[in-house]
Design a protein around this ligand. Structure first.
Ligand code: DP6
Length: 324
């Protein structure tokens, strides 16, 4: 029995849109920070037939629908094809998978990056134990694009050219935190898989693709120099641009709500008046991630506690997926 554990990541340069939907090959590069919590644990063993069960943070069994089971079965098939391509022996056996999520429901952190990176980590340990992490990240991407980045700790880039992720700096390089604010009226209408597929219908999408190489460069530079102001400028520019692209898609996707917009305004004025190192970013939902330095953490947590309409969850930079 193999056990792997993994965590979500939060993108600073967002992944939005694919150049190959089935293989989840992103249309552009992206860059994220891996979080140290909450975790997802995957147990896996060889079995004649594929089986999948999943348990929630409170220990109760999660009823999986046909689509979720199919997504996992497809992931295994795609991983087999990729492992064959990488020169690893193909087997007829399947696997039995048990997922234990420690991600509390409704905290606005999607579990897919953590789940599919843990599955790829465990599956490669069974099928191809010598596989390099870059290739393991390529396997994770076949389940969920952003999962490729959770294979690595610290900061990781997912390159469209290779389809693999790469570590930019490890978790000890810069201790940043993510104070997650989840507006209670959270309702995710369209999931990211569906959203990616219509990204190209946005008239703003082509311009976004042109801007990404410069933003990646600036983001990597800001991380290597620990230049928070630069990181803030480029990541907020990218997050707002992704949401503009989403709104201009057909059908239009407007994930942000009034609480999101209010929090962004309050954070902008708080960081100016108190000179705080804090930046905001949002994924495919109204949840606001406030990424901040050690120096700003207590003030940002205090601000978050005043947000009675939100669930608050605090997490820090983490070390990526691993076998346990
Ligand atoms: C907005 O990785 O969730 O969070 O491959 O369909 O699972 P799937 O998509 P996913 O897309 C993430 C989109 C995002 C931005 C990001 O994390 O980079």
């Amino acid at each position: 029995m193999i056990k792997a554990v993994s965590t979500p990541n939060i993108a600073l340069i967002k992944y939005w849109g694919n150049r190959d939907e089935r293989l989840r090959l992103p249309a552009a590069d992206s860059l994220s920070m891996t979080l140290d919590a909450p975790s997802v644990e995957v147990s896996m063993e060889e079995a004649g037939l594929f089986s999948l069960s999943s348990f929630e943070a409170d220990g109760s069994e999660k009823k999986l629908n046909a689509e979720q089971i199919e997504r996992c079965a497809t992931h295994l098939k795609l991983m087999d094809i990729e492992l064959g391509r990488l020169g690893h022996a193909v087997t007829r056996n399947s696997v039995k998978i048990v997922i234990r999520s420690h991600i509390p429901a409704g905290i606005g952190l999607a579990s897919s990056a953590a789940v599919f990176s843990a599955i790829a980590k465990a599956y490669s340990a069974i099928r191809a134990p010598s596989l390099a992490d870059a290739d393991v990240s390529g396997l994770a991407r076949l389940g969920s694009g952003s999962a490729a980045r959770s294979i690595f700790g610290g900061f990781a880039a997912l390159w469209t050219k290779t389809g693999n992720a790469e570590q930019i700096a490890d978790e000890k390089h810069w201790r940043l935190h993510d104070v997650v604010l989840v507006p209670s009226a959270t309702h995710k209408k369209v999931g990211s898989t569906e959203g990616h597929a219509s990204a190209h219908t946005s008239p703003l999408f082509e311009d976004r693709l042109k801007e990404i190489p410069r933003r990646m460069e600036e983001c990597m530079n800001a991380i290597s120099r620990k230049d928070f102001e630069k990181l803030q400028r480029v990541s907020e520019e990218d997050a707002l641009d992704m949401h503009a692209v989403m709104r201009a898609q057909t059908p239009s996707l407007d994930y942000l709500n009034d609480d999101t917009h209010r929090i962004l305004k309050e954070i902008e004025s708080l960081r100016t008046s108190e000179h705080l190192e804090v930046l905001y970013t949002m994924d495919a939902g109204p949840t606001v991630h406030l990424i901040c330095t050690d120096a700003a953490l207590s003030r940002i947590k205090a601000y978050a506690e005043t947000q009675k309409a939100c669930t608050v969850f605090t997490t820090s930079i983490g070390n990526g997926s691993r076998l346990i």
